[in-house]
Write a protein that binds this ligand. Structure first.
Ligand SMILES: Nc1ncnc2c1ncn2[C@@H]1O[C@H](COP(=O)(O)OP(=O)(O)OP(=O)(O)O)[C@@H](O)[C@H]1O
Ligand SMILES: [Mg+2]
Length: 314
């Protein structure tokens, strides 16, 4: 992994007697996307708020770009952008005016503010709407403007708290493209989501949070391999080969009509190689092969014992 942009160790936070974050560890490599995945109340927003210096942790350490969120909050703030916090956005002002205002707040100067606003309006496909008051923007347009506002000062680390909740499929995909282009430019992204497919699409690594505890962490593929149910499917040219392979591989389900065998597997390369080596040694040619790994829904279920309903808003 690259040099970490975010390093969290033993993070704890309680409200009253309720532990909201319980010993959370998290590392986010610079220039990568990590998804904090979890249901309502898991502690996602609390984590983001601690990392963006809005909430003080009770214990543990959190570094952003090497700066400690408690000891050097100004250092952290200089590096980050946070989306989801723009209650300060003025709905009567236009998109352009809001961006200029933010730029001036960030001490960019009149000329640079204007240039930066124009650049962002272009990048976020808001040129046509630039001179219209925010009150007339659709949900997707407002979300894009929100994100544009956080990018005014070109932060190296950005936090996106449920960037696509409530958006229609097209706006979700637009948002995904935006996140990808940010990362392509070297930005580090920590996003929270309740959507397994979003984490799967965008994230280099996924941290699954449930009830304030980190229940799993890894690449999407690693997480998928944690759950049983993966298999390798082999198809053969004729019944004779199918027969021989079935005898050779033992524990496998056989589909005579489809001339195929389903062999349980963790979906990893090692298991695949073992199966292929055995077939090779026996001189058995495989016609077609596919690998099935469980999806993130299976992972979440395996980890938490619950199936999450998608699209619930907090
Ligand atoms: N200021 C607060 N005072 C008391 N309890 C709080 C406060 N902020 C959060 N909580 C509680 O902490 C828990 C975690 O909240 P948090 O907002 O971090 O969850 P989340 O994962 O972001 O959930 P959601 O998906 O609903 O946004 C919840 O049980 C919430 O009620
Ligand atoms: Mg939240």
């Amino acid at each position: 992994m690259n040099t970490p942009a975010i390093e969290v160790r033993g993070l704890r936070k309680s409200y009253g007697t309720k532990a909201v974050l319980d010993d959370v560890d998290l590392t986010v490599g610079a220039g990568t996307v990590t998804a904090l995945l979890g249901p309502n109340g898991a502690g996602k927003t609390t984590t983001v708020h601690i990392l963006s210096t809005l909430v003080r942790p009770d214990g543990g350490t959190a570094l952003v770009n090497g700066r400690d969120v408690v000891r050097d909050p100004d250092g952290v703030r200089a590096a980050i952008g946070l989306t989801g916090q723009f209650s300060a956005v003025d709905k009567l002002l236009t998109g352009e005016e809001n961006l200029m205002l933010m730029a001036r707040l960030r001490h960019l100067g009149a000329k640079r503010s204007k240039n930066r606003a124009a650049e962002l309006l272009e990048q976020f496909d808001l040129v046509e709407a630039a001179r219209k008051p925010l009150a007339t923007y659709s949900g997707g347009m407002q979300r894009r403007l929100d994100l544009a506002m956080t990018l005014v000062s070109a932060p190296s680390v950005i936090f996106l708290d449920e960037p696509t909740t409530g958006l229609d499929p097209r706006s979700r995909h637009t948002m995904w493209d935006i996140v990808r282009s940010l990362v392509a430019d070297g930005t580090t992204v920590l996003l929270t989501t309740q959507y397994l497919d979003e984490a799967d699409e965008l994230a280099d690594r996924i941290a699954v949070l449930d009830g304030g505890r980190l229940v799993a962490e890894g690449t999407p593929d690693e997480l998928k391999r944690l759950v049983p149910g993966g298999h390798i499917r082999l198809r053969f040219a004729d019944a004779a080969r199918l027969d021989a392979a079935s005898r050779l591989l033992g524990e496998s389900a056989r589909d005579d009509a489809g001339l195929s065998l389903t062999v349980p597997s963790d979906g990893g390369v090692g298991a695949l190689r073992t199966v292929l080596d055995r077939l090779d040694t026996a001189n058995l040619e495989v016609d077609d092969l596919s690998i099935h790994t469980p999806d993130l829904d299976d992972v979440f279920f395996a980890l938490t014992g619950r199936v999450e309903t998608k699209g619930t808003e907090s």
